[in-house]
Write a protein that binds this ligand. Structure first.
Ligand code: CU
Length: 161
C-alpha cells in the first residue's frame, strides 16, 4: 500500500515537471524569435547640427541595422556627422574631447575603443552609412556625433528594453 502511493506521487511529480518544462520552452522560443527580428533604424543628421531622433528604442539582443544619413549639403570637413553608441557609464564630455583630437581616425579615438558599442563612419552632405550590431543588455545608453563640438547638440538616448 505504501509502495503504491509512493509511485503515484512520483508519477504525479513527473507530469507536473513535464508541464513546467513545456511552459518554459514555449516562452523562451517566443523571446528568441522576437529578438531575431532585425530592427531597421534610420537617423538623419542635418546642416543645422541636429539628429532627427532624440530617442531610439530597441529590445535586448535584437539585431539592429542602423543607417545614418546626412540630410544636408555641407562637406564632411565642415559639418561631418557620425553615430557613436557609447557603453553605459561613459563620461560623454571626456569622450567628446578625446574624439575631437582624433582627426586622423575621423573622430573615433582609438584609446576609447572600449567605450564604444557601435559606430558609423563620418559622412558629409548627401552621404549615408549603414552598420549592423546586436543591441546590448537592458538599459539606457547615450549616442552622439563625435565631430568636434557636435555632441552637445547631437546627442540622444538609446533605450534597450
Ligand atoms: Cu555631427
Amino acid at each position: 500500500m505504501k509502495r503504491i502511493s509512493f509511485s503515484v506521487l512520483f508519477l504525479a511529480s513527473v507530469i507536473a515537471f513535464g508541464a513546467v518544462a513545456t511552459t518554459v520552452n514555449a516562452k523562451s522560443s517566443v523571446e528568441v524569435s522576437d529578438t531575431k527580428q532585425e530592427k531597421a533604424i534610420v537617423i538623419k543628421g542635418s546642416d543645422a547640427m541636429q539628429f532627427d531622433l532624440k530617442e531610439i528604442k530597441v529590445k535586448a539582443g535584437q539585431k539592429i541595422k542602423l543607417t545614418l544619413t546626412h540630410s544636408g549639403k555641407l562637406a564632411k570637413a565642415a559639418m561631418g556627422h557620425n553615430f557613436v553608441l557609447l557603453k553605459a557609464g561613459t563620461d560623454v564630455a571626456a569622450f567628446g574631447s578625446k574624439a575631437a583630437a582624433a582627426r586622423e581616425t575621423e573622430y573615433i579615438p582609438k584609446s576609447e575603443a572600449a567605450s564604444i558599442i557601435a559606430h558609423t563612419k563620418l559622412v558629409g552632405g548627401g552621404e549615408s552609412d549603414t552598420i549592423t550590431f546586436t543591441a546590448p543588455k537592458k538599459g539606457s545608453y547615450t549616442y552622439i556625433c563625435s565631430f568636434p563640438g557636435h555632441y552637445a547638440l547631437m546627442k540622444g538616448t538609446f533605450i534597450v528594453e
